[in-house]
Design a binder for this molecule. Sequence first.
Ligand SMILES: NC(=O)c1ccc[n+]([C@@H]2O[C@H](COP(=O)([O-])OP(=O)(O)OC[C@H]3O[C@@H](n4cnc5c(N)ncnc54)[C@H](O)[C@@H]3O)[C@@H](O)[C@H]2O)c1
Ligand SMILES: N[C@H](CO)Cc1c[nH]c[nH+]1
Ligand SMILES: [Zn+2]
Length: 433
Amino acid sequence: MNRVAWNSLTAPERAQALRRPAQQVGARTREAVATLLDQVRARGDAAVRELTERFDHVVLDTFAVTQVEFEAAAATLAPALRAAIDEAAGRIEAFHREGMLREYAMDTAPGVRCERVLRPIARVGLYVPAGSAPLPSTALMLGVPARLAGCRDVVLCTPPRPDGSADPAVLYAAMRCGVRQVFKLGGVQAIAAMAFGTETVPRCDKLFGPGNGYVTEAKRQVAMLEGGAAIDMPAGPSEVLVIADAGANAAFVAADLLSQAEHGPDSQVLLLSNDEELIDDVAVQVTRQLAILPRADVARRALESSRLILVDTLEEAFAISNAYAPEHLILALRDARAWLPRVETAGSVFLGDWAPEALGDYCSGTNHVLPTSGAARYVGGLNVASFQLAITVQEVSREGIAAIGPCAVELATAEGLDAHRLAVALRLEEVAA
Ligand SMILES: NC(=O)c1ccc[n+]([C@@H]2O[C@H](COP(=O)([O-])OP(=O)(O)OC[C@H]3O[C@@H](n4cnc5c(N)ncnc54)[C@H](O)[C@@H]3O)[C@@H](O)[C@H]2O)c1
Ligand SMILES: N[C@H](CO)Cc1c[nH]c[nH+]1
Ligand SMILES: [Zn+2]
């Protein structure tokens, strides 16, 4: 793996060391995605069918998963896997339920009642990746909060397998969340179908879920197009940043780095440590563990843009991490909790030697749909609120307008908006009469 000593790097070299491969989405990708979106928008299902043949090498007459397919999926799944999906769903639901927004109301002045009420987003589109590995856990991470929010229509797209079927574990996880509108579609064509609607895929108000560079770029573009759809966040190629001290277990750290590297060639994994010996040991462990990883080829490509970084102090490591804003941050530190206040940006944090990031991926209860490419500077991971509208309400009595009306009149006058002033002043006159 690439090793660097932070204090020996110039400013441009530091920027280069932390540059994400996914940020190098070139003009060519942007243009290709825009063209594919246009095709689906203009020609609906016919274009979706052609693109599925081109990119997934599958010819599909219909994309919708049938009741028979759902039942077959549940029946073919090994009982142990069904039980694991059920167990994970239970903890994800418990944690997300506890963190739900609440409605509230208060009197901001006598006779002025202000409230927040919550409504589900009516029709949401979920994307579950399956390009290089089907991710049933992602179906849970999306489906559980959508269900808790009470979304009326939940559409889910996931790429087809070579035989034209959908992954049975993804279907079982979808069913577990009450999702029955599932389409065997992947990539840009899936995002376009849910954003614009086609003859068979319903148009959705907001799209959710992770994906590769094409999926993430397609989401970015549909969010900017008139008649497109809102999106949750940029949730692209996986990342992890580990801050480890001399007492960390090198084999654990290496396994955590590789667990994200194996997601895709454009994943990025970083280790920051103030202990050179630990870095040596992690490098040895990475090589050793890579030798027996089935997805070693993918991981090796991700490691090309990954780094083992020697820092002078742990404080410096936190400064680097906060600037980088990683999707996942592992603190393999003695008394990791004591360092938590230093964390200013991150999608999800894992404290101590016994909290591998893979637990958050599957079953600790937190959500694994998290911001990548530095988006953790301004957005958090997926939660129930992502699927809700927070609507404010105000109810004002005669007493209320008498109390706060003059304030509005003053501000409207200052802004030179006379109709605003009048809307309040007329009522004030009536109340005074
Ligand atoms: N940030 C998060 O929260 C999070 C969570 C889970 C997974 N992920 C990431 O999701 C990604 C999953 O990627 P994946 O590839 O396995 O599955 P995917 O489902 O995202 O992408 C597969 C689809 O890409 C399309 N595609 C492939 N080559 C193309 C091309 N040349 N042009 C246009 N479209 C093309 C195909 O239609 C295919 O169906 C990984 O990068 C993983 O790290 C991120
Ligand atoms: N680590 C991924 C998010 O970057 C989520 C995931 C799903 N399955 C395994 N991992
Ligand atoms: Zn993962």
